[in-house]
Ligand binder design. Structure first.
Ligand code: MRU
Length: 350
């Protein structure tokens, strides 16, 4: 099993995803600022994994607090939450996780700092466990949508590495394979950070699931040739109407799938749905460092100081999405109604 992130007595341990697949190095973050830096620099990435790292980061911050009074603790807690929240703006799971630990803090602060410490560590552990359970649940719902012998295209990495384990989009693929289906995965390379080539291919190879890596600009060719049966991706934030923010390039894959009449599925836990925004236009898209585009592993691929753009995410309009697979069931268009119904009542039909 892939250990993406773990709480240990010596700190928060993460598999450094910048170095995969060449090296499997675990890093121990010993204070909350190191956790914040690990999220920012993408030692850990993927919306659900970022959420868990955020909760563990806050717990670590409070564990090392030297506050002498409740007032001091309040101030420190606020600074810790601000620091963690400022790391990456797009994945809603980060803010959802910080809100969750904030309410635990409010409920326990009057019992004293020891009680707060224990409650925050417990909550972060609970989120870790719940994430794996949610992914398994998504797998159970979503596997029904994947036909036997399907050739499935995925973009970025929405696997065990992007979550506490098992994965969202890759969780659905894993569940289909566990149900006895033969699945061939096509993994978009996912420039510039190469989550598909480096991480998705690594995970699937480890599980013995057949995977073919293609560069991002090949997806249309394979669809046109009739070699893709469905597309499945994860999500960083889903607006109330179903518009989905996910890794840059997801929109292109959705448009191509639509043009070629191929079902396009999104898999994400309900914690990725942001009912506070009506549509995708309200999502803040992270702009990352130019260097990520100018070089690969330190080797320049553009003229020095070439002007580049590096938006890390894009928005796929809901009209291109055939279904959203959640841990509460499957939502179908119109998503404004179906997502709300799932979040309130659960259990949508395959
Ligand atoms: O920049 P990243 O690697 O954090 O972006 C990750 C993605 O876009 C994933 O597809 C998304 O978070 C879903 S992960 C289960």
């Amino acid at each position: 099993m892939i250990r993406t992130i773990e709480w240990t007595d010596s700190g928060v341990v993460m598999l450094d995803q910048r170095l995969l697949p060449a090296e499997e190095v675990y890093r121990t973050c010993k204070d909350y600022r190191e956790v914040a830096e690990a999220i920012r620099s993408m030692v850990i990435r993927g919306a659900p994994a970022i959420g868990i790292a955020a909760a563990m980061g806050v717990a670590l911050g409070v564990q090392h607090s030297s506050a002498q009074s409740l007032k001091e603790l309040d101030r420190e807690f606020h600074d810790i939450c601000e620091c963690i929240s400022s790391t990456r703006p797009t994945a809603v799971n980060l803010f959802w996780a910080v809100d969750r630990v904030k309410s635990v803090y409010r409920e326990t602060r009057n019992e004293g700092i020891e009680a707060v410490r224990e409650a925050l560590i417990r909550e972060a552990g609970e989120m870790h466990r719940q994430d794996i359970a949610a992914n398994r649940q998504m797998g159970c719902f979503g596997r029904e949508l994947i036909p036997d012998n399907a050739r499935v295209l995925t973009h970025c990495n929405a696997g065990a590495l992007a979550t506490a384990g098992y994965g969202t989009a890759l969780g659905v693929i894993r569940a289909a394979v566990e149900a006895g289906k033969q699945i061939q995965v096509y993994a978009d390379e996912t420039r510039p950070f190469l989550q598909g080539a480096r991480l998705t291919a690594w995970e699937l190879q480890k599980d013995g699931i057949p995977v073919t890596v293609i560069t991002d600009n090949m997806a249309g060719y394979f669809m046109y040739k009739g070699m893709i049966d469905c597309v499945i991706v994860g999500a960083d934030r889903i607006a109330a109407n179903g518009d989905t923010a996910n890794k840059i390039g997801t929109y292109s894959a959705a448009v191509l799938a639509n043009e070629n009449k191929i079902p396009f599925f999104v898999a994400a836990p309900v914690s990725t749905i942001d009912f506070g925004i009506p549509d995708g236009a309200h999502v803040t898209i992270e702009e990352r460092a130019a260097e990520e585009v100018r070089s690969i592993h330190g080797i320049p691929i553009t003229p020095e100081n070439a002007v580049v753009a590096n938006p890390a995410f894009d928005i796929t309009p809901e009209r291109f999405i055939s279904a959203i697979i959640t841990d509460r069931g499957i939502a179908r268009p119109p998503f404004r109604e179906s997502l709300r119904a799932l979040a309130t009542n659960g259990a949508g039909s395959p």
